[in-house]
Design a protein around this ligand. Structure first.
Ligand code: PMP
Length: 429
C-alpha cells in the first residue's frame, strides 16, 4: 500500500506513463476483474457508482488485520490492541490527507455516507433547526441526502426547498440565488450526481450559501472516488462520503466537519467509547472525533479506508479524473454513433460530468436491458438509482446506468456497445 507512494513520487511507478494512468496495469491490481462469469465471459464491471471493486492492497490489508492484529481499539493494553488502535488512527490521518482536512480530529468514521448525513441531521439538525426554518436541497439528491432532512423538518415544522435542474441535469444557480433570500439555515447538495454524473460547482455554491448565512453540507459519495476533493478549498461545513465507492470495504465511511461545529454538536449514538466519564445519572462526552464513534467500530474496514485513500493519493486524483474524463469523451459519442436511437441523459459536456452514463433503449425496459447485458458478463445498474424525485423531474420511470472507476477501460465501453447491440437483437428492435 504505502510502498506505492515513493515510486509514484519518484516517477518510477509503472502505472503512470507520461503523467497519465495506464489503465491495463491498474486493472491488473483488481483480482475480480480477471474472473469469468458462469458463461465463461470476463466480467465487464460498469456499476462502480453503486460500489467499486477493490485492489489487492485493500483486500490484503483486511486479511492482514484479521490474521495478525485483530483486537478492539482504544482498549487493549497489549501489543495487538495497541497495533489495531495505531492503525485505526493512522487511517484517520490518511483520510484527512486525502480530502485535505486541516485536522484529522475533524474526521469522524461512520459506516457510510448515509450514516454520516443522519449524524448531522440528528445531532446538528435537531439542535439548530426550529419551526419555520428552511433547508435547501436540490432536485438531484440521492435519497440519503433527502429523507433525513424530510424527517427533520417534519419533526421541527421546518420547510424544504429545492434547487431545480435544467433538462440536461445542471443545477439552476439563478434559482438558488433566489432561494437564498429565504435565509435557509442549511444548504445540502451532492458534489457529483450518482444518476447523471453532473459535477456541481460546490465551492461557488458554498460561497453563495455562506454569504446568505447558511451552513453547507456536501454529499461527496460520488466525488471522492473520481475527482480531487479539498475540503479547505470548498470551504464547506460538512463533507460526507462512503468508503465502498472509493475502493475501500463496505462498512467504512466518514464525516468531515469543522472542529467548532463538531465540538458544539451533541452526540448522535450513545454508549461505550464516546464518553469520558459515566455516572448513573449523567455522563461526560469524549473529545472529538470519538464523541461520535459510539460502540466498537468496523475497525478493519476503517483501517482499509485509509489504505484505499493512500492508494488513490499515490495515483493522484487529478490523473484519476483525467482518465475517467477521457473515457467519457470516448464513450458518449461512440454510444451515440453505434446506437443513434439511444436516449442519453445528463450534461453532454465532459468538463462538468463524471463517468456516469444513464441511458434507455426505446421500447425496452431498463431491467430487461440489464438482464441481457448480464448474460454477456456486463454489469450495469437499472432502476431509479435512489433518485426517484430526479427521475420524476425528468419524466422517467427508470434508466440503465453504466459507470466508471479508475480501472475502467475503452474495452469496457466497447463491450457495452456490443452488449447493447445484442439486447436490440434479442428484443428485435
Ligand atoms: N449519496 C450519493 C450521491 C450516492 O451515490 C450514494 C450511494 N449510491 C449515497 C449518498 C449513499 O451511500 P451509502 O449507501 O454508501 O450510504
Amino acid at each position: 500500500m504505502t510502498l506505492i507512494e515513493p515510486a509514484a513520487a519518484l516517477g518510477t511507478d509503472p502505472r503512470i506513463r507520461d503523467g497519465r494512468l495506464v489503465p491495463e496495469l491498474i486493472r491488473a491490481e483488481f483480482p475480480i476483474l480477471g474472473t469469468l462469469n458462469a458463461h465463461g465471459r470476463p466480467l465487464v464491471y460498469l456499476d462502480s457508482a453503486s460500489s467499486s471493486q477493490k485492489p489487492l492492497a485493500v483486500i490484503e490489508a483486511m486479511d492482514t488485520y484479521y490474521r495478525e492484529y485483530n483486537a478492539n481499539v482504544h482498549r487493549g493494553i497489549y501489543e495487538i490492541g495497541e497495533r489495531s488502535t495505531a492503525a485505526y488512527e493512522a487511517a484517520r490521518r490518511s483520510v484527512a490527507r486525502f480530502i485535505n482536512a486541516p485536522d484529522h480530529h475533524e474526521v469522524v468514521f461512520t459506516r457510510n455516507a448515509t450514516e454520516a448525513i443522519n449524524l448531522v441531521a440528528y445531532s446538528w439538525g435537531r439542535r439548530n433547526i426550529a419551526a419555520g426554518d428552511v433547508i435547501v436541497l436540490t432536485e438531484m439528491e440521492h435519497h440519503a441526502n433527502l429523507v433525513p432532512w424530510q424527517l427533520l423538518v417534519q419533526e421541527k415544522d421546518g420547510d424544504l426547498e429545492f434547487i431545480p435542474i435544467t433538462d440536461d441535469g445542471v443545477l439552476r444557480l439563478d434559482v438558488f440565488e433566489v432561494l437564498l433570500r429565504l435565509k435557509p439555515k442549511l444548504v445540502a447538495f451532492t458534489h457529483v450526481s450518482n444518476t447523471l454524473g453532473t459535477i456541481n460547482p460546490v465551492a461557488e455554491m458554498t460561497r453563495m450559501a455562506h454569504a446568505a448565512g447558511a451552513l453547507v453540507l456536501v454529499d461527496g459519495a460520488q466525488a471522492v472516488p473520481h475527482v480531487p476533493v479539498d475540503v479547505q478549498a470548498i470551504e464547506a461545513d460538512f463533507y460526507v462520503f462512503s468508503g465502498h465507492k472509493m475502493l475501500a470495504p463496505t462498512g467504512s465511511g466518514a464525516l468531515w466537519a469543522r472542529r467548532e461545529l463538531l465540538e458544539a454538536m451533541p452526540p448522535f449514538l450513545a454508549g461505550g467509547e464516546m464518553i469520558r466519564e459515566v455516572h448513573l445519572r449523567r455522563s461526560d462526552w469524549n473529545d472529538i472525533p470519538w464523541k461520535f464513534e459510539a460502540g466498537t467500530p468496523d475497525i478493519a474496514a476503517e483501517i482499509d479506508l485509509g489504505v484505499a485513500a493512500d492508494y488513490l493519493r499515490a495515483l493522484r486524483m487529478g490523473r484519476v479524473r483525467e482518465h475517467e474524463r477521457e473515457l467519457l469523451e470516448y464513450a458518449l459519442p461512440a454510444l451515440a454513433v453505434a446506437h443513434p436511437e439511444l436516449s442519453l441523459y445528463g450534461p453532454m459536456d465532459p468538463a462538468i460530468r463524471g463517468g456516469v452514463i444513464p441511458f434507455n433503449i426505446p421500447g425496452i425496459h431498463p431491467h430487461d436491458v440489464a438482464q441481457v447485458l448480464d448474460r454477456s458478463g456486463i454489469a450495469v445498474r437499472a432502476g431509479h438509482h435512489c433518485t426517484m424525485p430526479l427521475h420524476e423531474r425528468l419524466d422517467l420511470a427508470a434508466t440503465a446506468r453504466a459507470s466508471f472507476n479508475v480501472y475502467s477501460t475503452r474495452a469496457d465501453v466497447d463491450a457495452l456497445i456490443a452488449g447493447i447491440a445484442e439486447v436490440k437483437r434479442v428484443f428485435g428492435v
